[in-house]
Ligand binder design. Structure first.
Ligand code: ADP
Ligand code: MG
Length: 694
């Protein structure tokens, strides 16, 4: 038997069952089976008593005797029923599918153990399809009995837990020939790991809880370790192989702007991040940097200054945003900041006119255009640069990996990449998923910003909320009302929004109301946006199109309607639309009276903190890491044992270990690291192919 052996040849399986198992569970080799881990274990020493049973649907073990068996026919359906007694009571065992052979084999009046899920019907407990074990237990039997993930399809065909246990037991006997150590001695010693062979044995048949823990921890460590090693090696490879245009100088464009046009003092965090970026771009290696900064932390200015450095070195830049509104806003903002300079900036979006496109294409190709701002329209093949040196992607989570890869190809030597995101990613996730990117964090807000006050209000408070809004407007502020978007029903959304609009207009007759939603034409959106930005309209009623990046510093109140329907990161993004000026800002989360537990947690988290990192941690606990990364990317972090929510200590330890190893031995050439290398080459090289983040 080898790891590659088809399970068909494992004792007790055969071709038919092998096929079934492969189809249902995707397990086709001995190796697959070894890594087909139990989901939990039943403690064999725990024997329930019939008289003490209280809840149904749990899996339990009982000890007793079958005293009688009978077949019962109701209509065309036959079932087998047996009376089972322990010293406290009697219970029915039921089989809806059974063979004559099975009936004959049933041990009558012998001491047996039965396992299974109990049902309750008419106050009577019963156990359908129990597994039966004749009491021949030896003293040193494993106490913990593995329970494997299975399916009804398999149990119906007779593949019970007992089957899996027997098969795994047969495979585990071969472990000494199958499993080789994949961690070097020095790691085994310093982490006091269980050997790999014992790990596999104990994950299937743990000697006791302590052994299980050790095995489980080692498997988690391995998963994290080799995953991070893959990233680490790739990052190293990238640094040595991937050419980039060095930007050695900081010239007049940057320094003039910095001295004369900077409207505010940069925060220390902005300065630090800028330094990190400058150091990166000095090197003849492509920069791949993720810039994390909470909403309002001032990423745009960092982006602009970075683009000025590119210009100083004779290169073009492009800044890509996920929505038209956001691209337009970046364009307006940057244009204004650069008003005193003669730097050429243009915007390209899906709605750019043919005549504008023509100019843009021309100027990009002859090098007259230094900065292009746009939506994914800039990715089109027609858009060619003379020398694109820097690509900045704002609000990274909206773009897919493939789209970003397109930017790479826009220049012979790939441009430096700066990915900006306002959705802080939980640390464990960033460490695992983004470990091939360098990460900069703006962890400081511009001075004078007052933390946004967030409150939870219900329908009965609506009049108060409106009064509050009126007071704020009287002080000269502006107010957002945001309505949720449920994708299943656009018409319903639209209806919601329109009703909301009517209601707001009725309730605020003295003020002007602008409205914005995703189905509007770009020109209409612009008009609606301008109506609000200019201050003419005091109120903006909108769907979540305003979520990303919209910047109206005078808007100080955000009312989020039906806020229980929004996810945490979305609420945080929305809230970030206020608190952008010097005034005290407010976010009011309106909900219905009844809230699910999860909604309550979300709302409570929002009212308790403004810290995007904290919010992202809670978000990950609620939704799991896959949902946070988005479906496109979640497969990448499909760990079997490692849990990104709860195993941060392991993730940190592996990251550190990987860094240390690769620093000392980047090619894994030292003899003591050979075990790692061999394992890595066999298992991970082919698997880890998915493209670079940017
Ligand atoms: P985000 O990081 O969410 O993209 P922005 O770049 O839009 O944030 O910045 C938010 C607001 O803060 C803008 O109005 C911007 O002009 C302002 N801002 C940025 N940096 C500073 C600073 N150092 N001091 C004061 N205001 C700043
Ligand atoms: Mg922004």
């Amino acid at each position: 038997m080898t790891l590659e052996t088809s399970i068909e040849y494992v004792k007790g399986i055969g071709p038919e069952k092998a096929k079934l198992i492969k189809n249902v569970l995707g397990v086709s080799t001995v190796e697959d089976f070894l890594t087909f881990y139990p989901t939990r274990y039943i403690d064999k020493n725990k024997v329930y008593k019939i008289a003490n049973l209280q809840e149904s649907s749990i899996e339990i073990q009982l000890k007793g005797k079958i005293t009688s068996v009978q077949e019962i026919q109701t209509g065309k359906v036959k079932r087998l029923s047996a009376k089972f007694n322990d010293d406290t009571g009697m219970m029915d065992l039921v089989w809806f599918q059974y063979s004559k052979w099975m009936v004959e084999q049933l041990p009558i009046n012998r001491e047996i153990y039965i396992f299974g899920k109990i049902n309750v019907f008419n106050n009577q407990f019963s156990m359908p399809h129990p597994e039966i074990e004749i009491d021949e237990r030896k003293e040193n039997d494993n106490r913990l009995r593995p329970i494997y993930p299975s399916s009804e399809k398999l149990t119906k065909r007779g593949l019970h837990q007992k089957f899996f246990q027997t098969v795994l037991r047969n495979i585990c006997k071969e472990i000494p020939n199958l499993i080789q150590e994949n961690l070097p001695d020095y790691m085994m010693n310093s982490f006091k790991f269980m050997s790999r062979q014992h790990t596999y044995l104990n994950i299937h048949f743990p000697k006791d809880l302590d052994h299980f823990e050790k095995a489980n921890n080692r498997l988690k460590f391995e998963e994290s370790f080799f995953f991070q090693l893959g990233f680490g090696l790739k990052k190293l490879h990238h640094k040595t192989q991937s050419h980039g245009n060095p930007f050695p100088i900081v010239g007049a464009h940057f320094t003039d702007f910095y001295a004369n046009n900077l409207p505010f003092e940069l925060t220390n965090a902005q300065k630090r991040v800028l330094k990190e970026i400058r150091l990166d771009m000095k090197k003849p290696i492509q920069m791949n940097r993720l810039l994390q900064g909470d909403v309002g932390s001032g990423k745009t200015m960092v982006a602009l200054l970075t683009m000025l450095i590119a210009m100083d070195n004779g290169f073009q830049s492009c800044l890509m945003a996920p929505t038209e509104i956001l691209a337009q806003q970046h364009f307006n903002g940057i244009k204004e900041l650069l008003a005193e300079t003669n730097i050429n900036v243009r915007i390209l979006t899906g709605s750019s006119k043919a005549s504008e496109r023509k100019i843009i294409h021309q100027e990009l190709e002859n090098g007259e255009l230094s900065i292009l701002i746009g939506t994914h329209a800039v990715l089109e093949d027609k858009v060619k640069f003379k020398n694109l040196g820097l690509a900045i992607i704002d609000e990274q989570h909206r773009f897919g990996v493939a789209q970003r890869a397109k930017l790479w190809a826009k220049n012979k030597i790939p441009p430096h990449i700066l990915v900006m995101t306002a959705t802080p990613i939980p640390r464990t996730l960033a460490m695992s998923f983004y470990s091939d990117l360098d990460v900069s964090v703006i962890d400081e807000m511009p001075v004078g910003r007052k933390p946004i006050i967030t409150a939870h209000r219900r329908e009965k408070d609506r009049a108060f909320v409106y009064n509050f809004c009126r007071d704020e407007i009287k002080k000269g502020r502006q107010v957002y009302f945001v309505y949720p978007l449920i994708e299943e029903s656009e018409t319903l959304d639209y209806k919601n929004l329109m009703e909301g609009l009517d209601h707001v207009m009725d309730s605020f007759p003295d003020y002007k109301v602008s409205m914005l939603h995703g189905k509007m034409k770009p020109a209409e959106k612009d008009a609606a946006m301008n109506y609000f930005v200019s201050g003419e309209a005091e109120i903006m009623v909108a769907t979540t199109v305003i979520e990303v990046g919209v910047n109206v510093p005078n808007a100080s109140v955000m009312v989020i309607e039906s806020s229980e329907r929004f996810g945490l990161s979305q609420l945080h993004q929305l809230r970030g639309r206020v608190g952008r000026g010097a005034e005290q800002s407010y976010c009011i989360l309106m909900t219905s009276d009844k809230l699910s537990k999860e909604s309550r947690t979300r709302i409570k988290t929002m009212t308790e903190t403004n810290d995007g990192f904290k919010i992202s941690e809670v978000d990950m606990q609620l939704r799991g890491p896959g949902d946070i990364l988005g479906t496109q990317q979640s497969g990448v972090i499909d760990f079997k044992r490692l849990d990104l929510v709860n195993d941060s200590a392991i993730i940190k330890a592996t990251k550190k270990t990987v860094e240390k190893i690769l620093e000392a031995d980047p090619l894994l050439a030292k003899p003591e690291n050979l075990v790692i290398k061999n394992y890595y080459v066999r298992y991970y090289k082919g698997k880890n192919k998915w493209s670079k983040i940017s």
